[in-house]
Design a protein around this ligand. Sequence first.
Ligand code: SF4
Ligand code: SF4
Length: 438
Amino acid sequence: MVSQSAETIGAGAFDQLDPPDPELYLDCIHCGFCLPTCPTYLVLGNEMDSPRGRLYLIRTASEGKIGASDSFVKHMDLCLLCRACETACPSGVKFGFLMEAARGQIARRYQYPPAERRFRDFILHTFTDLGRLRTLTSLLRLYQRLGLQRLIRASGLLSFFGRLGQMEALLPEIAAPCLGELPEVTPAKGQRRGRVGLLLGCVQRFFFAHVNAATVRVLSENGYEVVVPRNQECCGSLLVHEGERERGKLLARRTIECFELANVDVIAVNAAGCGSVMKEYWELFQADPDYAKRAEAFSRKVRDVSELLAGLPLCGKLQPLNLTVTYHDAGHLVHGQKIRQEPRRLLNTIPGLRLVELRESDFCCGSAGIYNLLHPDVAQQLLDRKVERIRETGADVVLSGNPGCSLQIEKGLRERGLQIRVLHPVELLDWSYRGTER
Ligand code: SF4
Ligand code: SF4
């Protein structure tokens, strides 16, 4: 939420450090094809909360016709950066780059009210700093182990804790040991296809460590030697999405250096938000003479795990899984990376598995990085719609290729008392290889 009392930036909304590129916003022909696909437009019903409206605001701000007022910042902040508008756009407008650049200007130049700033800083500093996240996760695990979570959730007290209560409601069961380390190198089975580096991610590493373990097993089964570089940190994607571009670049540089040292052919990612930004590091560094070429080479190597596996015939023997599943398209996978068919192709190779299509499968679930924490009301409306669509399928399992979506959807299913599991597609492949349903 943006307070109306926040200061405005003043005359020119943008300065010359990484401003939105006019060549990109001038591609918009105002046709409006993007409007019906935009979740915030559908929920809020306001042109300025649509892609076309936001592009108009970015353009007029770039031309110095408007300053970055509270209202301008609100419309920028209310964007999910789901990039559904890019898929719909016949002109190929690169909306994601424009919005990230606009937010970069806002993050540097706009004064959020102190409480809002502190909350944003807390979230961004915690979820992008592995040390802090490790400490937080250990404390949260203790909170679960001691039974406090059950008591607090049952008491209804969470509603009195505002945003902290909303964060708690997203918390999945933290499995032990959340800090367990994967081997630095896992050898390839059978005929060797290459050497893959795995990005562990932040949320994925601490809340879904089993997804990383499954990814390693499935890649190894498919002839990949899997390297998990020990010194990898956050890839910076959350910071880039929220406009904290300089801090995002710092982490991106470290990620590039870390995977260069690992000497891998391919970099596998199982978190859509991270993969999307890593594939676009080239854009982040295009004006940096020291990193432009390195970022380009790095981005060329990045593959979502479903993209990597669907590109070749699967090896090994898959056992039947007697499950009905449905698949949610994470925005940063389907719109950001144009990966729609690959996960479905992989799922269809599992014997016995019934894949039921989800209506509006590529409509945002409201997670969108930290959007559900910053704008819980809009996020909840999107989540309710997503959960209703999932319920309609009658599936036992809903699949998602992004940990943020998984947390959000799990929360929505829990709220409705629906016994539907949320998994990553690679987990099902792993189950099938191992002949188990858990
Ligand atoms: S990124 Fe998503 S929320 Fe933002 S304008 Fe595009 S479709 Fe709408
Ligand atoms: S679909 Fe593309 S060109 Fe048309 S209004 Fe939306 S962003 Fe502009």
